[in-house]
Write a protein that binds this ligand. Structure first.
Ligand code: FES
Length: 83
């Protein structure tokens, strides 16, 4: 179980790997989907990303990025908000 945080998650991904990232913000396994959206009957789906090369990504940990599931730096403006 991983909690949301006020900084990005650095993730090493592999070529041909697919990951499912939380889009509802209720996952208890941030930044990944844990099907919390289904438990809450939300009509949204996770971000499913297929990677085509080995690379390092920075997944949003604060849930406020405008480019989720990726960090866009918005967390730096959230000094008074809890992630
Ligand atoms: S962690 Fe950087 S925008 Fe959310």
């Amino acid at each position: 179980m991983t909690a949301w945080q006020n900084k990005p998650f650095k993730i090493e991904v592999k070529k041909n790997q697919s990951l499912s990232f939380c889009s509802c913000g209720f996952s208890e396994d941030a930044p990944y989907c844990d099907n919390s959206h289904k438990k809450r009957k939300l009509k949204i789906t996770p971000f499913i990303i297929h990677f085509t090369k080995d690379e390092t990504i920075y997944a949003c940990g604060c849930r406020y990025s405008h480019n989720r599931p990726y960090c866009d730096g918005t967390h730096k403006t959230l000094k008074n908000k809890e992630a």
